[in-house]
Design a protein around this ligand. Sequence first.
Ligand code: ASP
Length: 346
Amino acid sequence: MGSSTGLKNVWMSKYFNICLLAIVAFWFVGCAEKQLEEDAVKVPEYVMVVHGGAGVFDSGNMPEERRKAYYSAMEDALDIGESILKNGGRGLDAVTEVIIFLEDHPIFNAGRGSVFSNDGINELDASIMAGADLNAGAVGGVSTVRNPIVAARKVMEQSDHVFLTGRGAEQFAASVGCEIVDNSFFFNQERFDEMMRVRESVMKEKENNSDRGTVGVAVLDSHGNLYAGTSTGGMTNKRFGRIGDSPIIGAGTYADNKGVAVSCTGHGEFFIRYSVAHDLNALVKYRGMSLDSAANYIIHEKLAEAGGGGGLIAVDAKGNYSMPFNTFGMVRGVVKPGYRNTAIYD
Ligand code: ASP
């Protein structure tokens, strides 16, 4: 009798342990599933990062009026992009519209506010890329296209090519309905004086803030697609015919849904030689680095050690973003649901 009760107790306690184990196992599985769901939910509906150029004045020398103008332009840029993205619009439209706005704003070195090359002409570069299919378009050295980003998008969508330059780019832009202007449209006394000062070498290299203001946008939209675009007048007093990194896919701009969307700004020759935009994509996509560590490594180690001044803005498919720079400052902004920020310095 006693032994049968003992046996029963043993079975009961075994049964109890099994039940307990099952409950704990279910609890763990439930928690893990919840965490997975939370992780999925954490990908924001959209993220847009914008830059208005690296290499601005050091904070002590930034005139108050200019500082205010940068902040206000960044806020307006975020408004334009967000109004498209929050209504389910395409990231491609957000990139295009925001860059058109920045190109038309005289404070930035893109479109209307472009710097001068050494023959006193404005030669503009721009590019755009879609991460879903790696489609891309770019124009280089155009001097009569009001909004080079529009021409770059047309190259992507309405030509068999990726990159058109000079006369061919202008002829194509006119044929697809881009607004064509006289080069004097880009004349800006302040930029012209800057070019003359640089030409006369009054400014020492380190004090040369005259290239500031390239613009760029990188977006993750609500369809899960990444896009990036960049537009610039290049570098003050550049040799005419010089093309920088901004219109070069893989140097100044890149977008890949399996990696990142990125737009760069800075001393273009370094960004070309180091294939910065594609390098960032490769470090994230193939090496599995986090976006932020890869971006910081490129800007603060690789480029800084080589003497290449500049920065980048980037976003990945999970909605992470990064905006490192190794210059005094970089005009920049970020917006996603429930959050926005604009900044120039650290
Ligand atoms: N990267 C541009 C160029 O070299 C200039 C800039 O971003 O400031 O043309």
